[in-house]
Design a protein around this ligand. Structure first.
Ligand SMILES: [Zn+2]
Length: 171
């Protein structure tokens, strides 16, 4: 298994009132030259979570950060006029939260953030994103939303380590 220290949240950049099936997403990414869907997980509007790429395989979802990250995408991200908006349904929010929680258990001490938090524009290197929406993806503040999940995970890992230390020390 590769080292994973980052979970990146994306949106599919489709309008909240439209549908994008996992098959259509896969085709879209193949047309862009990817070997199938670039994200590892895809969350439909009804909260169904699709594994779209095995986690062991490096994704194709965020330039410069693919090697050590997991990509999660939710269906939506644009309002009916095509402007960036947090279109997540309650089912998507719940499914995303649970998935992030489960991944943090498996891969503790990961940073969780949105695609836009890693955008080249933020780094100020002058690169222009090919897709305008990428600057907004995933259209909500993922780092803020999951920060206490990340903190919990760190505390758990820390207490597990302390426990192991004490176990060894006590014998
Ligand atoms: Zn994205």
């Amino acid at each position: 298994m590769r080292t994973i220290n980052l979970i990146v949240v994306h949106c599919s950049a489709t309008q909240g009132n439209r549908m994008l099936s996992p098959e259509a997403l896969d085709l879209m990414h193949r047309r862009r030259g990817f070997n199938g869907t670039g994200y590892h997980y895809y969350i439909r509007k009804d909260g169904t979570v699709h594994l779209t790429r095995p986690v062991e395989r490096i994704g194709a979802h965020v330039k410069g950060f693919n090697a050590n990250s997991i990509g999660i995408c939710y269906e939506g991200g644009l309002d009916c006029r095509g402007r960036p908006a947090d279109t997540r349904t309650p089912e998507q929010r719940a499914a995303l939260r649970l998935l992030v929680h489960q991944l943090l258990e498996k891969f503790p001490d990961c940073r969780v953030c949105g695609h836009r938090d890693l955008s080249p524009d933020k780094n100020g290197n002058g690169e222009i994103e090919p897709e305008e929406w990428m600057k907004a993806c995933p259209c909500f503040d993922a780092e803020e939303e999951f920060k206490e999940l990340v903190a919990e995970g760190t505390v758990e890992t820390q207490s597990k380590l302390n426990y192991l230390k004490n176990e060894k020390g006590g014998k």
